[in-house]
Structures are given as C-alpha cells and as structure tokens.
Design a protein around this ligand. Structure first.
Ligand SMILES: Cc1cc2nc3c(=O)[nH]c(=O)nc-3n(C[C@H](O)[C@H](O)[C@H](O)COP(=O)(O)OP(=O)(O)OC[C@H]3O[C@@H](n4cnc5c(N)ncnc54)[C@H](O)[C@@H]3O)c2cc1C
Length: 386
C-alpha cells in the first residue's frame, strides 16, 4: 500500500495481519493524526482516554493470551506498533509500556491473584501500568540499582527513586524492580499505596505526547502478595525489555514511513527552479537511499517477528533490530527534514516531531551503544560493558 514498500514485503503478511494493520491505521488516522501536533505542542496527551479506546480495539497486551488479551501474533503486534508510531512515538510508547512491560511482567512473572487483579482491567485500558527500572543514577547499568526492598515480618518495604518512567502519573499500578538480600525482585505496586509519589517530568524536547515521571518510594509497605513470585534476578526485567524492544523494531519504521511519505508528497508538490523538487537527481538520490534502508528495516522486522512467533527470537537478535531500525529511522527523519526545507522545522508537518521523538527511542530500551555491546559480546565472546 505504501509506495515505499519497494520489495512488496507486504505480500508476505497474512490476511489477518493485514486486517489488524488496517484497523490500527484507521484508528491512528481518526484519533491521533488530527490531534497529535496539538498534544505535542502542549506537552500533554489524553493518556487515559486513549488507553480506553486502544483497549476497546484489543491493542493493549494484544500479543498475550488469556485475561481478555487478544492473543495476536508477534508480527501482528509489530504491525500495530508500526502504525501507532506512524502517528507518534509517544502514542506507541503508551501501548508498548502497558502491554510489553507492565502487562507482560505480570503475565509472565505474576501470581494467579495478581493476574486476575490487574490484567483484565489493563487489557481494557481501565487500569494503566508503568515499569520502573531506571533510576536517577542508574540507567544503562540496572544491576547497580539503589532501590531496596527489605522484609519486615510478612511485608516488604520499598525505598528508592525511579526516573524517566513512562505513564507514571497516570498509572494505577507500577511494576517496580528493587534489590533484596536475595537479588533483584519485582513488585506490583498500586500507585495509591502510602509513600508512593510521582513528579511529572515536563519540558521534554522529545516524546512530548507521552507522560513521563519520577516515582519516589518512601518506605512503601506492601504485603507479601505484591511480589511477582516468578521474577528472580535481573533476567526478569531484561525479559520484559526484550518483548518491548521487538515492538520498537517495528515502531521506528512507522515514524520513518510517515516522514518518507510526507517528504515524497512535499517534493512532488513544491516547485523550485521551475521543476518539482522530486525531479532533481539529488532529491531522488535521497529518496532512493532512504527507501532502500526502510525496506531493509522492514525485512529485518518481519524476520524477527516470525522468529518470535516460532518462539526462537533471542535477545541479541532483538538488539540487531533495535540498533539498526531506530538508528536508520532517525537518519531518515533527519534527511526527510532537509527535503522540506524551512517547513521541515514547522509543527505543521510531522517530520521534526518524529525526528525529536526518535532521539528518545534511540536512548530508551537500551541505548544504541548498549545494543552494540550486546552484539559485540555475541561476536567476540568478550564483555565490554564495564
Ligand atoms: C522519554 C523516555 C521514557 C522512558 N521510559 C522509561 C520507562 O518507562 N521505564 C524505565 O525504567 N526507563 C525509562 N526510560 C529510561 C531509559 O531506559 C534510560 O534513559 C536508558 O536506559 C539510558 O539510561 P540513562 O539515561 O541513565 O543513560 P546512561 O546509562 O547514563 O548513559 C549515558 C550515555 O553513556 C553511554 N553508556 C553507558 N554505559 C556505557 C558503556 N558501558 N559503554 C559505552 N557507553 C555507555 C550510553 O549509551 C549513553 O550514550 C525512559 C527514557 C526516556 C528518555
């Protein structure tokens, strides 16, 4: 459907995958595109409203099974992420954090009671979740986290600060990762628990249509039942990140496609030196190079999605996808901006917004450097992390 699908990768999608993609694309056209420039400018997004609308369509935790989740394929979930991020990376982040981080953590590591309590409401968008791993002084190196959970009788007492947490101020539940005497453990923390406070992070120059906050945990007392019983060690939060990174591999392609379509349309319609910009060889070289990268990224995403559906996707393979697709999407957004000239910096066009958003996407869920180190370790057998 997109002129940029030069290799007809779309023909490898099943009818169901295309149908899901079409539904999400329509939702983005109706609900996100007409409003997102305003949300971005104001730095506010109606997250609760959107969550309910996304929940109605089955987009929240759509690749999970049971508890009201849609049980869609990993490829269908990826295509949904692509379409959402063609609207805005912040809107896609709302869905990713809800489904791949918060819901996945409870679905994969939670007790039967925790699953019943949270997942059906989260699938419907009636409850919102967030995922607290990053701290003010510990980002790429979560193994050094300072947040502590100590036993006090049957209870747990959590103390620490989580920083840069998507959905924090609109969340009903936070999945919080903390160090205990036995190692890292996860907790489902209701946000109305005494001792939990949230400060919204304002003045972001990126992902402005996304809610981001700092969560302070001041001796937060939780019953034993709040701990995620199956989450043992750092591999538990890292397992959630692998899930979410797969969605980002696809999502970044959506932002890039929207930039490409905008730039092509602009270059065709604007005349300089008596000819459309699109007729100049230099413009065509830009478009051709970007389209080639986009097609390579699409093939890569589809390959990883098919591996995920076959339960064969490995973390280093997700690193290949996240590193490549976000890096190339950002390069595409920047180059598309040049095609729009001065209009490229205007909020009347989506290109600069996508480029700014992709700066956050490059950093969260493992920075490019961290994914290079993962791939480097895989190739050499040597860890260069520290
Ligand atoms: C908008 C937004 C939303 C976010 N949402 C969430 C969320 O919902 N939940 C959550 O837990 N976190 C979230 N994050 C945090 C994000 O995951 C972290 O910012 C990220 O992991 C990087 O950590 P840091 O910012 O502390 O950077 P640092 O770890 O301090 O890194 C700074 C720079 O140093 C580089 N670096 C670090 N270590 C090495 C090394 N060993 N070798 C070479 N280079 C290195 C990094 O690549 C980076 O370039 C969000 C971030 C943003 C911007």
């Amino acid at each position: 459907m997109s002129p940029f699908d030069l290799l007809d990768v779309d023909s490898s999608l099943s009818a169901e995958e295309r149908q899901i993609r079409g539904v999400v694309r329509q939702l983005v056209d109706d609900r996100v595109r007409p409003n997102v420039a305003g949300w971005y400018e104001e730095g506010r997004v109606p997250a609760r409203e959107l969550a309910r609308e996304f929940g109605k369509l089955g987009l929240l935790g759509m690749h999970l099974t049971g508890y009201g989740c849609a049980g869609a394929s990993a490829v269908a979930y990826g295509l949904a992420c692509l379409e959402l991020e063609a609207g805005d990376s912040g809107v896609r982040s709302l869905v990713s954090v809800q489904g791949s981080l918060a819901m996945y953590a409870i679905w994969r590591y939670g007790s039967a009671e925790q699953k019943q309590r949270w997942l059906p409401a989260m699938a419907l968008g009636e409850a919102i979740g967030c995922f607290g791993l990053t701290e003010p002084d510990h980002g790429s190196d979560p193994a050094s986290m300072a947040t502590r959970a100590r036993r006090d009788g049957d209870d747990w007492v959590l103390h620490g600060t989580k920083m840069w947490i998507t959905n924090a101020s609109v969340a009903d539940v936070a999945v919080i990762w903390a160090r205990t005497d036995e190692g890292v453990r996860g907790f489902a923390v209701p946000m109305d628990t005494p001792g939990v406070t949230v400060r919204e992070i304002r003045h972001k120059m990126s992902l402005r249509a996304s809610v981001t906050g700092e969560i302070s945990l001041d001796d937060v007392r939780l019953p034993a039942a709040a701990r995620l019983p199956e989450a043992v060690g750092l591999k538990a939060p890292l397992g959630c990140l692998t899930e979410a990174r797969h969605g980002i591999v696809w999502g970044a392609l959506g932002a890039a496609r929207d930039c490409l379509e905008t730039a092509l349309d602009y270059a065709t319609g604007r005349t300089q030196f008596g000819r459309p910009l699109a007729a100049f060889q230099l413009t065509q070289a830009k478009l051709a190079d970007m389209a080639v990268e986009w097609n390579k990224g699409y093939l890569l995403a589809l390959h990883l999605g098919r591996l995920a559906d076959a339960r064969r996707l490995r973390p280093h393979q997700v690193s290949v996808g996240k590193l490549n697709n976000v890096r190339e999407a950002l390069a595409i957004a920047r180059k598309c901006r040049t095609i729009l000239g001065a209009n490229g910096v205007s909020g009347d066009y989506p290109v600069m917004r996508h480029a700014n958003n992709l700066e956050s996407v490059l950093t969260y869920e493992g920075t490019s450097e961290i994914h290079q180190l993962v791939i480097g370790q895989r190739l050499t057998g040597l860890s260069a992390f520290s």
